[in-house]
Design a protein around this ligand. Sequence first.
Ligand code: NAD
Length: 499
Amino acid sequence: MAELVKNYIGGEWLAARTGETFQSINPATEEVVADVARSGADDVNAAVQAAKAAYKNWRLTPAPRRGEILYRVGQLLMERKEDLARLMVQEMGKVIAEARGDVQEAIDMAFFMGGEGRRLLGYTAPVEMPNKFGMALRDSVGVVGLITPWNFPIAIPSWKSLPALIAGNCVVFKPASDTPKLGAEFVRVFQDAGLPPGVMNIIVGPGGSVGNALATHPDVRVVSFTGSTEVGYRMYAQAAQLGKKVSLELGGKNAIIVMDDANLELAVEAITWSAFGTTGQRCTATSRLIVQKGVHRELVDALYEKTKSLKLGYGLDESVQVGPVVSRSAREGIHEYVEIGKNEGATLLTGGGFADPLDGKGFFYLPTLFDNVTPDMRIAREEIFGPVLSIIEVETLDEAVEVNNQVAYGLSSSIFTENVNAAFRAIRDLSTGIVYINHGTTGAEIQFPFGGTRGTGNGMREAGQTALDSFTEWKAVYVDYSGRLQRAQIDTETILKDQ
Ligand code: NAD
């Protein structure tokens, strides 16, 4: 029997109270990576109670001291980077170079948020009465629930947990059921860095039971969720009934626009990386290419050659460029969309079927290009979350922007042009939370806000200082040292006369 991945509650690693387990599977080799506790609502409740108890001291621990623990987290993540990256290849399939990048994001975030321990900036402003002082402070909220997907299994938990902790909250974290071992190893870093028991807890298990119990628990004040729009919106509706604050990071249908004057060689490199990196399973993956008519043929020919040349296989092999998709069912879902695209009349240029680089093992899918796609087709509107790129031809920049903006999602967009006027018009008009010029749709850095408009979320942002907005409440403080009652908006004139 493989090692059992357990829950970490109040500083102890514990099997599920249900006594049940499930397995985490390597999507390339189909071997068992780990047996995992199949937790239930009782485990969630125990973790929330542990977090609630730990909150009493953690909120009073000076933020610079909290920051020192986060620096140690960053240090340990650096030391464990290679081990975590290799585990990531095994547990969810991305190639090793990308897995190292995933861990690096968490390292960057740990040091950035460690620094917030000496900022967590509030502000003062002048007040209208004499001998009175006003300031606004960020305050912690209490126990926060973090629910994350499998596609960035270290980076995304770091975007949520590190700002939550530096702000003085305690955490109950539920990783995706496809990446529970990575979730547990991430939490072990906090344990080893000296985080007090109960401040960070993890419960592994299925979303339907564990995720739902966490999101609806009465003592969880904030729920931060990254995942599918379907689950996120359902959770949002439930949370509204319960008066909880929710941060949602959901799906994407991101596009790269290529104008006639673009550097095509650069565009081909960027499109391939953004569309087929992580096997198309990034929320910021490019799944639409909006190309101006004059370069359509040349660009598609070059893209076809590049796509055909990509090497598929097991991501631990440094020369492999595209790994498997995360599961058998994910592969089936992708293939269904390819059938839909064919039935809608799009032209399948390459791909469109299962790949078999490991001789019968693994959930591989061929990088796929569809040409002659129109914006109304389902493959141009719905998130596929796999290596499928839909190519749409347009005549003008205005039409390109319109096509970009007409999907339900608004996470990331990009334009390739050498014309500075076109670039700035695109920055102004593209309706997404992230815009790139002469770069693909992926590659966010942690010091800037991350998130999207419309169906991609609910207006919250992760990363940067904006991440603190999810995990803090503002407290306005007025200090009156006049020794008399000074009623704001009422006594202003009389008091000034008395001065
Ligand atoms: P998912 O919605 O299936 O699962 C996300 C998490 O929610 C998992 O931990 C899962 O166990 C849990 N969950 C499932 N059902 C639940 C329920 N009823 N109640 C509570 N929790 C539940 O998504 P996924 O397949 O893991 O991830 C892929 C999706 O995530 C894609 O849509 C992708 O675009 C999105 N994503 C978005 C971002 C972003 O920042 N916008 C980043 C990465 C991934």
